[in-house]
Design a protein around this ligand. Structure first.
Ligand SMILES: [Ca+2]
Length: 458
């Protein structure tokens, strides 16, 4: 370590060297202008590389006398500088220069490293910028996708709400259906019980029908006074069902062939339907002309007709013969027999007449279709004194279209009517009221003339 005195000495020596430099011509030449530090470093570098530090020509050393100079600092102090001092001083400064050169070298290395690092940083910065740009583009894309996803999510949320509403409705319906199911189960049990009941009834009816079939009856005679629907089997004809009845006023074994009760069945029908029959066997119906033809031609039959007026009055008409012709014969009323009853012989004028419907005019009235005029179907002549297939009226009216049975041409409508037949051999006339029979010749004689009828109808 240097003492304060030595440092002061060195400063003094440096001052002496400075004086030498200033006084010795050519030792150091001042630069015309000040160089930048960088240039100075460069110069030093060049000098360091070219020339060894120990031999740098910093000062033009020329041989000098032992005593070079004396410097008077003040009146009492003089500094004397010898050659040896300068050599020492030179050595010191050369050593410092060498140190500075080494330091400069280190700094240059550091600078090179820093420059290299700077290049690397530029590359990294560019890559970072590129990546940033890519990221920005991707961010924009992702932002658009996110917006799209958000919209889809909203849409899905709305759908979810709709489905939730529907689900609630379905659940409500399901709850209602479950309630209904409970009541339906009870109803089903009830219906099952009914099915069992009707199965029993059906078996009974089937047994009855089989019994009827086995009996192979051609009439209602076997059933006597018991009312019921039974199977009739005629030779060469398909079996068919008919209502059978026994009447207190007419005896047992009657077959119902026509019935009017309440107007529930339309009787204004065509030829084909009157040929086959129609209606309900337990209500209003007509058995059919073909069956009547077959039955009344298989064996002699009698006809019984009962009437009920709206005032409750009952009456009947009985004919001891009743034969209907074939379809080719127009289902003609071929044989009527004698009348017996407490109403009137209103079918007499229709004896030997063909049957007529609105689409088959077989009546005697040339310029009129009596079936249309009377809104019915009957064995019309000029046109009719009876019209049991006419239009049903709910109360008694005087109408040519109504259901009437009159001795003369008046048309008071009836409340109910029933036509029945029975094989003649089973007649039980003892049950019938005794009334005066009306021979056909007398009826013909008392029948109105065509002129009278025309004056009535026209
Ligand atoms: Ca006619």
């Amino acid at each position: 370590m240097c003492t304060v005195r030595e440092v002061r000495l060195k400063m003094e020596n440096s001052l002496v060297l400075l004086l030498i430099v200033l006084t010795v011509p050519g030792s150091f030449q001042a630069s015309p202008k000040i160089k930048p530090t960088k240039d100075v470093i460069k110069d030093l570098k060049n000098k360091t590389e070219v020339v060894p530090a120990s031999s740098l020509p910093i000062v033009n050393v020329t041989p000098v006398p032992e005593k070079l100079a004396e410097v008077h600092i003040d009146q009492h102090k003089t500094i004397r500088i010898s050659k040896g001092d300068l050599d020492d001083l030179l050595d010191v400064y050369m050593g410092k220069i060498a140190e500075s050169a080494a330091t400069i070298k280190d700094k240059e290395n550091e600078i090179n490293k820093l420059q290299t690092k700077e290049h690397t940083d530029d590359d990294l910065l560019k890559r970072f910028e590129n990546l940033t740009e890519i990221c920005n583009v991707q961010n924009s894309t992702y932002a658009a996708k996110l917006t799209e996803k958000d919209e889809k999510i909203k849409e899905l949320e709305q759908k979810v709400k709709i489905y939730e509403t529907r689900l609630k409705r379905k659940q409500h319906v399901l709850t209602e259906l479950r309630k209904q199911n409970i009541s339906s189960t009870a109803l089903i049990d009830h219906l099952k019980a009914k099915v069992v009941y009707f199965e029993g009834k059906f078996r009974e009816k089937k047994d009855d029908l089989l019994a009827d079939w086995e009996a192979a009856t051609t009439s209602c005679i076997p059933f006597g006074m018991s009312p019921g629907i039974h199977l009739i089997h005629l030779p060469g004809f398909l079996p068919f069902l008919v209502p059978c009845e026994g009447l207190p006023s007419a005896g047992p074994g009657w077959m119902v062939i026509q019935r009017r009760l309440d107007g529930s069945v339309n009787f204004y029908r065509n030829w084909d339907q009157y040929s086959k029959g129609f209606g309900k066997l337990n209500g209003e119906f007509f058995i059919g002309l073909e069956k009547l033809h077959r039955m009344t031609n298989s064996q002699p039959h009698e006809l019984y007709i009962s009437f009920r007026r709206f005032n409750g009055e009952m009456s009947y008409a009985h004919y001891d013969d009743f034969v209907i012709g074939s379809e080719e014969e127009g289902y003609e009323l071929k044989l009527l027999g004698h009348y017996q009853g407490n109403s009137s012989d209103a079918l007499r004028t229709h004896d030997k007449m063909k049957f007529s419907t609105f689409d088959r005019d077989n009546d005697e009235f040339t310029h009129m279709n009596c079936a249309e005029y009377h809104h019915g179907a009957w064995w019309y002549d000029f046109c009719s004194r009876s019209n049991l297939n006419g239009k049903y009226f709910k109360s008694e009216v005087d109408n040519v279209q109504g259901i009437f049975w009159e001795p003369w041409y008046s048309f008071r409508s009836l409340k109910s009517v029933q036509m029945l037949i029975r094989p003649k051999s089973q007649r039980e006339l003892k049950d019938l009221p005794i009334t005066k029979r009306t021979p056909r010749a007398i009826l013909k004689r008392n029948s109105p003339s065509a002129q009278q009828i025309n004056s009535h109808y026209l």
